[in-house]
Structure formats: C-alpha cells, structure tokens
Design a protein around this ligand. Structure first.
Ligand SMILES: [Zn+2]
Length: 136
C-alpha cells in the first residue's frame, strides 16, 4: 500500500506531460446514471485523465458547483444528488475553461502552479501565465 501523498505526487507528474494533441480540444461526454438519490459519473477517471488534472481537484470543484456531497469510488464519482447529464457536462466545460484551457492560444496543454500564493495557469504551448480567479 503506497502512501496517499506519493500517489498524488505521481498523478501530478503524469499531468505535466505535454502531448502534441490536435488543435481542437474535446472533453469526453459524461457517462452517468442516477441510482436512488445519487448520480454516478462512471467515466470520471477517463475525463480527469483527458483534462490532465487530479481527479480529487475536479471532484471538489463539481461538489461545490453542484452543491452536492460526493466521493470517488474506483474511477467513478458518486454525487449525492440527482443530476441530468447536461448540467454535469456544463460544469466540466466550466472547469476546463477555468483550469485547463489557455485564454491566449486556446490550447489545453497547461499546468497549474503557485506563485507567491497565487494560483497561476501556465500554458506549456505558448508560455502565457494567467492567474486563476476561482477559489475553493
Ligand atoms: Zn497558450
């Protein structure tokens, strides 16, 4: 059993890899199902890896935006409320705009760094640095 910090560290290292992806960035569409009072996003891990951000960070964002408690469960995200997929897709798009896409060149090859306590989105394609204005 590996320490949680190590796993997280590895995840961050992985997300820094720059791919020579095509110009147009597409987020995989959410696959979800409603079970009782919960909404389960079954392809959450796949979406997180395509956004190249730690799943925990995206999960936290979604929980805040959708005002729901949630937990990660073997690659799925279980949210404690009933949601339609349009609403969830909309939040993934917002996340991508805020934390992934470069506002200058529009490419998704970015990393989030901290400078003097401010979170900065650093674009690895064009070098632009933009502060992230969303806090949670
Ligand atoms: Zn850029």
């Amino acid at each position: 059993m590996e320490a949680y910090e190590n796993l997280l560290d590895k995840a961050y290292k992985k997300v820094k890899v720059v791919s020579s992806s095509s110009d147009r960035f597409e987020i995989p569409k959410v696959k979800g199902q409603v079970q009782g009072k919960n909404t389960i996003i079954t392809n959450f891990a796949e979406i997180a890896s395509s956004l190249r951000r730690p799943p925990e960070h995206i999960a936290k964002f979604l929980q805040k935006e959708l005002a729901a408690a949630g937990k990660l469960d073997s690659g799925r995200l279980i949210l404690n409320t009933k949601l339609n997929s349009a609403k969830v897709n909309e939040k993934f798009e917002l996340y991508t705009k805020l934390f992934v896409l470069c506002p200058v060149c529009g490419k998704p090859d970015s990393e989030v760094v901290s400078e003097k306590g401010i979170k900065i989105k650093h674009c690895l394609a064009c070098g632009a640095k933009n502060p992230i204005k969303y806090h949670f």
